[in-house]
Write a protein that binds this ligand. Structure first.
Ligand code: NAP
Ligand code: F7E
Length: 341
């Protein structure tokens, strides 16, 4: 009989890629989405799995503990992947309580339901490199100290420790993946990589003139989402529940990502000025990038570089997509979208 997996956050970037992976492996997948006024299954459609016979979509808000209990009791899953979250860091500063409800209490509801209904269910918690914050260590692995810089990061740290605590206290197979930034053509448009690739595509097609950004000097370790969901699955197949970092080990600034994209689009740019007055002009002198201070955060993480040695050694996880390939993939996809719309 095929294994049954629940994925919370099925309408998000990782939810869609993970669903495609599990369906390809023969799982029966139960995708959890919350009620919204306009259905948002476009990512499942983009991957060609929206109508898959082994995919069942179920409306449940993970902030509702009774609904979460009922869900787990009725599905009787083998594995649960908790990907649902308010995942946009700036919104966590303006909506800290809602962020905490979903990201922290949502995980608690799932772990309690597993503990009470069936402690044999394997549980994956989507933890994040944001928990390291400005940690001070040059690279971050499973032993690095945490120093969260946002309500998002603190809410995720609660869920992370809760996952470890439930594994230790109740012998659950509950494990946590500390994933560094991972992107794709399915990334939400407000995250910086997709905002850049979409805007450069629009500039290249003459649809907009200029891209507005915040902190150009933050550095991130960016990988390809499709390779990261493979690691999530591998963690739940491992012998024991463990924490694993998934990352590429390379870090680039937002400014470097912008430069790669303009180079790929064959629009050479040159930078002028500094601070909030920094701009980039193209060869005709048109301003193509400018700073808008509204995109600055109350506090930001300066530099993240992950060390995924443990996942490479124990899981055999080995991502191959580098930043240049990722930029190309995302820019080409956004060129196609913008040509069609
Ligand atoms: P995403 O695209 O923002 O997807 C988040 C998903 O959570 C969406 O399906 C969203 O539904 C759903 N959701 C939000 N609140 C919910 C609620 N109350 N009940 C049920 N579902 C709810 O995020 P992602 O990039 O795929 O990331 C997946 C997970 O990994 C998240 O937990 C994120 O925090 C974490 N993570 C992401 C990264 C990264 O770089 N992508 C790195 C580390 C960790 P709607 O579509 O209705 O909004
Ligand atoms: O910002 C800077 C911004 O929003 C990256 C989430 O998936 O990854 C993601 O969180 C950096 C920050 O991602 C703009 O200040 C400059 O330093 O793309 P982002 P994030 O905050 O790193 C982690 C691992 C998660 O877990 C999260 O869920 O880019 N930046 N200018 C900007 N960022 C945005 N969004 N927009 C700008 O205009």
């Amino acid at each position: 009989m095929s294994k049954k997996a629940i994925i919370t956050g099925i309408t998000g970037q990782d939810g869609a890629y993970l669903a495609a992976l599990l369906l390809a492996k023969g799982y029966a997948v139960y995708g959890i989405y919350r009620r919204v006024s306009t259905p948002n299954f476009w990512r499942l459609r983009a991957l060609g799995i929206e109508e898959h016979a082994a995919l069942t979509l179920i409306e449940t808000d993970i902030t509702d503990s009774s609904a979460v209990f009922a869900l787990i009791e009725s599905i009787e899953p083998d594995e649960i992947y908790n990907l649902a979250a308010q995942s946009f860091v700036p919104s966590s500063f303006t909506q800290p309580l809602a962020t905490m409800h979903t990201n922290a209490l949502g995980a608690l509801h799932l772990l309690e339901a597993i503990r009470i209904c069936n402690p044999k269910i394997r549980f994956y918690q989507a933890s994040t490199s944001e928990m390291f914050g400005n940690t001070g260590s040059p690279t971050q692995n499973e032993q690095s100290p945490f120093c969260p810089c946002s309500p998002y990061a603190t809410s995720k740290l609660y869920a992370h420790w809760l996952t470890i605590n439930y594994a230790q206290s109740y012998q659950l197979f509950a494990c946590s993946g500390i994933l560094f930034n991972h992107e794709s053509p399915l990334r939400g448009i407000e995250f910086v990589t997709r905002k850049i690739t979409d805007s450069v595509a629009k500039i290249s097609l003459g649809k907009i003139e200029c891209l507005e950004l915040g902190n150009l000097y933050a550095k991130r370790d960016w990988g390809f989402a499709k390779e990261y969901v493979e690691g999530m699955w591998q963690m739940l197949q491992y012998d024991t529940p463990e924490t694993f970092v998934l990352a590429t080990g390379k870090s680039y600034s937002i400014k470097e990502f912008v430069e790669y994209c303009f180079t790929l689009a064959k629009i050479p740019i040159a930078w002028e000025n500094s601070g909030a007055r920094e701009i980039a002009r193209d060869e005709r002198g048109i301003v193509r990038v400018r700073i808008n201070p509204k995109y600055y955060r109350p506090s930001d993480v300066d530099c993240l570089i992950g060390d995924a040695s443990k996942a490479r050694k124990l899981l055999g996880w080995n991502p191959s997509c580098d930043l240049q390939q990722l930029c190309k993939l995302m820019l080409e996809s956004d060129m196609q979208h913008n040509l069609r719309s």
